[in-house]
Design a binder for this molecule. Sequence first.
Ligand code: ATP
Length: 607
Amino acid sequence: MKRKLTLLLSGTKSVFSTFAYCFKLSVKSSVSYTLLRIASQFVSGFSGIITAYFGKLIIDILSGSLQISNRVQYVIFILALSSGIGIAVLVLGKINDYVTGIHNEALTQYLNIDIIGRSVEADLALFDSPEYYNQLEMAKRSVLSVISVLWSGLSCVSAVITLLSALLIIGKVSIPLTVLLVAVSLPSAILNQSYTKKLYQWNLTHVKEERQMNYLSFIMTDKKYAQELRLFNIGDFLKEKFKAIWGPYFAKKKKLTKKRALLVTLLSVFPQLCILGILTVLSLRIMSGNNTIGDYSLYSGLLAQFLSSLMAALTSIINIYDQKLRIHSFEEFEAIPNTVANTGTEKLSEITSIEFDDVSFRYPGTEKEVLKHISFSVNAHEKVCLVGLNGAGKSTVIKLLLRFYDAESGNIRINGVDIKNYEITSLRKAFSCLFQQSPNYAFTLRENITISDIFKNADENDVLDALYNSSASDILGQMADGLDSYLSRAYEENGTELSGGQHQKIALARTFFRNSSVLILDEPSASLDPESEYKVFCSLEKLSRGKTAIFTSHRLSNTIIADKIIVVENGTVIEQGTHDELMEKASRYATFFTYQADRYIRKKAGQ
Ligand SMILES: Nc1ncnc2c1ncn2[C@@H]1O[C@H](COP(=O)(O)OP(=O)(O)OP(=O)(O)O)[C@@H](O)[C@H]1O
């Protein structure tokens, strides 16, 4: 008993705290809408009781149970009053519907923007973890829960008002039967709650399946996959994959829901039996002259209202209790800590040196040491090329330099200062970087370039220069709306779809536009034609004059422009030097270089 009481108390506490949390969010999104919705619940809570009482008065007057002198005027007055209240409640209900709709929209956007904001600031490492995606998915779903808790809490206000008022009046007929009515109405609601909780916990353990289904449905409908899907003829294969997940998922969910529906239906019979008892007692009292005929109308109306508002109140409370876990998912998502903390305060502007000192690193949650005791330095105005086989760790070096991840051991220093001491945005501001898979945006061409430095007070010439330097001026020439042309047809009929190489040129133009003191290009020419590649490396030479540049390239003829070549293999720096120095000795670099030159030389020699 004591345990049950403790459970009840903690349940009540969590209902209140969950509602309070959602109420706070509601107020943050709009104070006026929240107040309007509360006021409307008060009015609707009292209106049912008042209308039922007016009905009783009219019946009593008409049946002669209530003897008054000016019957006609009295009946007309009550009818007019009750119609007035009815119309006012109706109008208020419509206003409430409107306010609720608009408020729900505002609250949804407020919460979505909150989630997006958290996501934008999240550590890059989090994007490697399936757990993070599960949490993100649950947070997105919990937006609906906040709306639902708020709705339940506010509905509870009117339900409780109706419930208490009805209970006070019904209690006059038979207190024991009224108590019994309350008692038998509770189990079905409580059972409902325990199953709702079970269902939610079941949902929690099946988020992975739901995400997999979403993913499959995404690749079956997204343009990116459309070509391969048709070429490989894998539509049916993917549909079967989808069904294989959905089948068992649906069967289990159906079983749980069916059991709940059966039990709740069975238990809802008992309250009806109690109502029958109360109405029987009342009928006997009317026949013996202790109550009027109008009382029958009043009590039967109130009993119906009592039952529906009790159910509404309980369902609301249970819903809030149930949503507690979902709301908790939202709170949990908000509280996910970033490991790459913005610990530094120093501002960084000009970079005079970069130093990797005995740096080791493995991606969070993985065993493999991707970088092993790496040491190298880059001096101001130096052009450095990182060379190595696929998966050697070149891009990882860049990610650590930009503090997307923190090194596990060792130090990365800029201008002799540990990069953790720099304020993170000022650190990143010092780099213009082209990532290996830099995506373009479904925005205009101009926006696709200027997005890399939105605070720059740039004119059109800066954009045109960036396009020229990335060998992309011809792309602009093909665009109907010039710089204002859309780089996607997903949202604009007149948008332009670019080729893979053209996309890379735009991404490169964006990098050149940023014009920071260090230029980083990770495989800038992977998709470029030979002429564009040549021009881009000429631009790189030109633009990096008076700047520091770090680039990676698998086409080793490009390393010619580098002052220093650093060869990375299996996460370690195995050699470094100029092209000539490395070619002179039997280096790994010389082997790579010979691989690429060899085929051409052999072909020429007719071998
Ligand atoms: N987010 C990640 N989580 C776990 N491992 C990763 C992640 N990103 C890269 N790796 C692993 O780190 C290693 C180094 O990858 P990296 O991208 O740095 O290689 P790279 O030298 O740039 O290769 P490429 O020449 O193909 O671009 C690879 O084994 C890769 O599988």
